[in-house]
Design a protein around this ligand. Sequence first.
Ligand code: NIG
Ligand code: FE
Length: 446
Amino acid sequence: MREVSILLHSARQLLTMAPAAGGRPKVGSSMADLGILEDGALAADGERILAVGHTDEIRSAYQLRPGGVEMDATGCVVMPAFVDPHTHVLFHGTREWEFEERLRGKTYMEIAAEGGGIHASVRMFREASDETLLAESLARMDRMAAFGTGTVEIKTGYALDPEQELRALRLIGELSRRHPLHVVATYLGAHEIPSVHRGDPDTYVDLLVKRMIPEAADLGIARFCDVFCEQGVFSIEQSRRILETGKRVGLRPKLHADEIEPMGGAELAAEVQAISADHLGKVSEQGMRAMAEAGVVAVLLPATLFSLRAQAYAPARRMIELGVAVALATDCNPGSSMTESQPWVMALACLEMGMTPAEAVTATTYNAAAALGLAADRGALSPGYRADIQILDAPSYARLPYHVGFPDQRDLFLSGRHVIPALRAPELRIRVSGASLGGDELCTGR
Ligand code: NIG
Ligand code: FE
């Protein structure tokens, strides 16, 4: 019998995700096919999955090597760890005061125009020490892991000058070294027009194109180049220049597209063959058709539109109908989406965008990996895939969007390492133990 380092068995549901050949993103009705095995089992050795099947099959072919982890998943769901393909986790300080201003009626873009918003975070970023930025970001990554995330994309973009944007990239590299979560870096020097260039944004675009993006690529940390293509930020023409420059130096395009105003961002994504177009709250029919045709993944960020109290969400159902691959992400950032939780995003996707729980699972695992070009490596439980696995203390994957706000993740394996419960944040591990603590008198109100 072959010896392995992980043996999980007796799962009520094991979600293989039925991955497509070559890690192609899933579209249409295949988004709802989770490849579910009942009484499922999985064998992994080192970083990789060797086999999945029914408990009897796997147990008769594999045995645990000394020091390995065997786990009885009776009554549980075994599924791929989440991939969170759009975040701004590297930031310092928070913006609660803007939250209150928005509740009093100011819009996100008005706050930005007055020097708040991203500008406020840029000031805080530039003043913060490396250690402060790392400590705050690592704590957010702990919370992401506690909610089942295994891979996180992190963007630069709170620095907005040549030196500091490179510093942001180096810090993202450092986060990757210091935390068990897998990290993918995206260069977003084009997140906002820095205050010094307000009157003449093209000067900043020139700086990005001639110096900042090539220097960023030289550092060898970023995989993607992103831009905030939005009215009052970067125009379609400016975004095209930025993304084409990224492409020339080996950074695949991604973009913040059609978030607040319809701009033709989705059409641009198709034209430049972006790997994904993200947000898309105001995407046009033509834009969706162009994305389907070009195979651009739509990364939807409903927690952002929820936080901005937008009137409408991205048309996820129409996208799925048209054959656009849909993924979901937190957009974790201090301005428009202060959350680390993919399950919360799934709840919004189901309740506000009409996605089914099964589609939401595909959108946070396999298709989310596809939005980073990684769906042949993670986001599915299949032979050869990375052993990035979460175990839910729940009878069905539908628990994820159904149980809003609470992490039901019992265990998390990343590249075959058992990182949760080891790493789970203490505040999420509170167990009320009557035996050791004793209890109060029943509160009767008398
Ligand atoms: O994706 N849209 C631009 N960037 C972020 C917001 C960043 C911020 O407000 O700090 C987003 O929503
Ligand atoms: Fe964003």
